[in-house]
Design a protein around this ligand. Structure first.
Ligand code: ADP
Ligand code: MG
Length: 392
């Protein structure tokens, strides 16, 4: 039988508490959690002011900690992380001595949020990070770490911002401290996910609209390809630039302002590659809007068809898929009871997401595991809540 992970917040919290006791010799007094996410449809649209339809996962990053009075911050992660230290210590930033990114790289996500946190003064603290979100798997462990950090800092020094401002602070942290020019989706969904709902996010207005997804007869299966091609990090900024230059050539602020008719009419103004990139974005925004309507109407068949169209467009026009993701999607689609499947996240590895009849989940996992050329890991997750304070 294929292994399926269904980790509970409680288990991650317990792991963090144990590690805290071991590292700091005391009990933590504060605990927060922030979920990873899977994007059901709307890929690479977020940085084009477009629509996305993610849901928060039961997979979470947890921070437990305790304030300290000497102005130092001491951080530990329980995650296996490259060969860099798992513990790091630095002073609370001041106007004269701001934080800067450095080694270990994992701490940059935390440091960035501390540096950009809009309230103060912050005290020092000891904290342990533990997570059930796979690192680098496309389920946004990075945003869950940023949002968990933000939520932890709120316990030390309350802020007074709106949720969109919080998401922007976390996004800025990822831009300036991790060097990843990500959109706003991951941080927004990790902050404002709602149990039993996907969330339609308009990345132009930052408006959110919950879409019910709690039918017990339907399941969301995430399949981790367990590959990550290095191409991803270099191609992502290239795609962003291509989208920006396509919009500019068409005289628009962003590709959100462009429809298929505009695009066809302006074809001559774009390079062939820009045209295909733009066609993915314009089509994907339209598909996402249709998919949200289909989900609201419990029309899973239509939703599934749109997922497949999304995958094909990401593979052929946007060129961010890879053979492993294509194989996982094909395998899923050959299982009876599967409505649709597609790559999810930035691409070049990571995960696929499959919408299927709940009763078909075991069959699908078995089928995929037996035939996939690599080793797949599965997550069956319901749509979960966003970040919260956890009782200790
Ligand atoms: P994804 O967000 O898809 O998981 P990213 O490459 O954006 O992938 O982010 C993964 C990085 O985030 C890790 O390499 C690590 O630096 C950092 N990270 C995320 N969660 C943790 C954690 N629990 N402990 C330490 N670092 C983490
Ligand atoms: Mg990430």
């Amino acid at each position: 039988m294929a292994a399926c992970r269904e980790p509970e917040v409680g288990a991650v919290l317990e792991e963090a508490r144990r590690a805290f006791h071991k590292e700091f010799g005391s009990e933590p007094t504060l605990a927060v959690s922030a979920p990873g996410r899977v994007n059901l449809i709307g890929e690479h649209t977020d940085y084009n002011d477009g629509l996305v339809l993610p849901m928060a996962l039961e997979l979470v990053t947890v921070l437990v900690g305790i304030p300290r009075l000497d102005g130092l911050i001491s951080l530990v992660t329980t995650s296996e992380y490259a060969d860099e230290p798992r513990r790091v210590e630095f002073p609370v930033p001041t106007a004269e001595q701001p934080l800067e990114p450095g080694i270990p790289r994992w701490a940059n996500y935390v440091k960035g949020v501390i540096q950009h946190y809009p309230a103060g003064p912050l005290p020092g603290f000891n904290a342990v990070v533990a997570s059930s979100v796979p690192l680098g798997g496309g389920l946004s462990s990075s945003a869950s770490l940023e949002v968990a950090t933000y939520t932890f800092l709120q316990q030390l020094c309350p802020d007074s911002g709106a949720v969109t401002m919080r998401a922007q602070v976390c996004q800025r942290a990822e831009h300036s401290f991790a060097g990843v020019p990500c959109g706003i989706m991951d941080q927004l969904i990790s902050l404002s996910g709602q149990k039993g709902h996907a969330l339609l996010l308009d990345c132009r207005s930052l408006e959110t609209c919950p879409v019910p997804l709690s039918d017990p007869g339907v399941a969301v299966l995430i399949t981790n390809s367990n590959v990550r091609h290095s191409l991803g990090s270099s191609e992502y900024p290239i795609r962003r630039r291509q989208c920006d230059s396509a919009a500019k050539a068409l005289g628009k602020k962003s590709l959100r302002e462009v429809d298929m008719k505009d695009l066809e009419a302006g074809k001559e103004l774009l390079t062939k590659e820009e045209f295909r990139r733009a066609r993915h974005i314009v089509g994907e925004i339209q598909r996402t809007s249709e998919a949200a309507a289909a989900l609201s109407a419990s029309d899973y068949k239509t939703f599934g068809r749109l997922m497949v169209e999304s995958h094909n467009s990401l593979r052929d026009d946007y060129e961010v898929s890879c053979p492993e993701l294509d194989q996982l999607v094909m395998l899923a689609l050959s299982v009876p009871g599967v409505y649709g499947s597609r790559m999810t996240g930035g691409g070049f590895g990571g995960c696929t997401v499959t919408l299927l009849e709940a009763s078909a989940a075991t069959r699908a996992m078995q089928h995929i595991q037996e035939r996939y050329k690599g080793t797949a890991t599965f997550y069956l997750s319901k749509a979960a809540d966003g970040a919260k304070v956890q009782p200790l």
